[in-house]
Design a protein around this ligand. Structure first.
Ligand code: ADP
Ligand code: MG
Length: 266
């Protein structure tokens, strides 16, 4: 649409001095139109997504309750059975846990309800995340390393949600290295921003794959939901930050999270 208007105006105005002014106006106007059209599409997409995610979250919520009941009773059954059946029950519980995990992904998509906004040290948060994920990483033969800048790396938002966003990203890193590898976490101050980085030595992504990052339900994993990134991006954006991915097939992926720097007293 922008281009059509550009043609119309440029034909109507010969290239005199006034014409140049008109031309300039037309260029600005065409740019403006393109931007508003783009914004409208983005808005429509986000409205659709909100609707879908709310629906998914409410279904997930309804399914979670019976699952919890089933899990409780299966656990009770475990005591009175022989060894072979105990193995079956172990399997049932593991699968129930997996279902619970998937449901959490959907529930996290829903709009935040009880947010707790605070100012917190992002480096400290990364240290806590490293502690929590250390054994999970080790189980997957992944070594977790951290380079965290000391001092005031304060940012503002819901710390628990922010942790969840980063843990989703780290989990993806671990899953990208089925044969094991290394993940480096870093936190440093860049001008008025806090830069958090997760670098893995995993399978990486092709440029075509990279383009689809963050799209709902995009997954290359047999048991993936394709919701983890979406949740992470939403959380970071709610904090006024951005997520950027750089990746090379066969080499690894670098995820950069930029968050606004805050004063501790804020
Ligand atoms: P899921 O983990 O359930 O597949 P995500 O939204 O977390 O969903 O991730 C979507 C997809 O993005 C993954 O299936 C994978 O293909 C790709 N991806 C994300 N992080 C990485 C990474 N660190 N290395 C390689 N691929 C990744
Ligand atoms: Mg994931």
């Amino acid at each position: 649409m922008g281009r059509r208007i550009w043609l119309l105006v440029s034909r109507a105005a010969p290239l005199s001095r006034d014409g140049m002014g008109g031309l300039l106006l037309a260029v600005i106007f065409a740019g403006y139109l393109r931007e508003t059209a783009l914004m409208r599409i983005q808005l429509q997409n986000s409205e659709k997504l909100t609707l879908i995610s709310e629906l998914a979250a409410s279904v997930a919520h309804e399914v979670r309750n019976p699952l919890t009941v089933v899990r409780g009773f299966v656990q009770l059954l475990r005591d009175g059975v022989d060894k072979e059946r105990k193995e079956y029950i172990k399997l049932v519980l593991a699968e129930l846990d997996r279902a619970e995990f998937i449901i959490s992904d959907y529930l996290n998509l829903a709009r935040p309800q009880d947010e707790m906004i605070e100012t917190f040290d992002a480096a400290e948060m990364m240290r806590e995340i490293k502690q929590v994920m250390f054994s999970y990483a080790l189980m997957n033969r992944v070594q977790l390393k951290a380079h965290l800048e000391e001092g005031a790396l304060y940012t503002r938002g819901d710390k628990l949600k922010c942790k969840q966003a980063l843990m989703n990203l780290i989990k993806n890193g671990i899953e990208a290295m089925p044969g094991g590898g290394t993940i480096v976490l870093s936190a440093e101050r860049i001008a008025q921003q806090v830069m958090l980085r997760i670098t893995d030595t995993g399978q990486g992504m092709s440029p075509a794959q990279l383009k689809q990052m963050g799209q709902p339900f995009f997954t290359t994993k047999e048991k993936g939901t394709g919701l983890g990134l979406l949740v992470s991006i939403r959380i970071v954006e709610a904090m006024g930050g951005t997520i950027h991915f750089a990746s090379e097939l066969g080499k690894g992926t670098e995820v950069t999270v930029m968050l606004p720097l805050h004063m501790q007293s804020e």
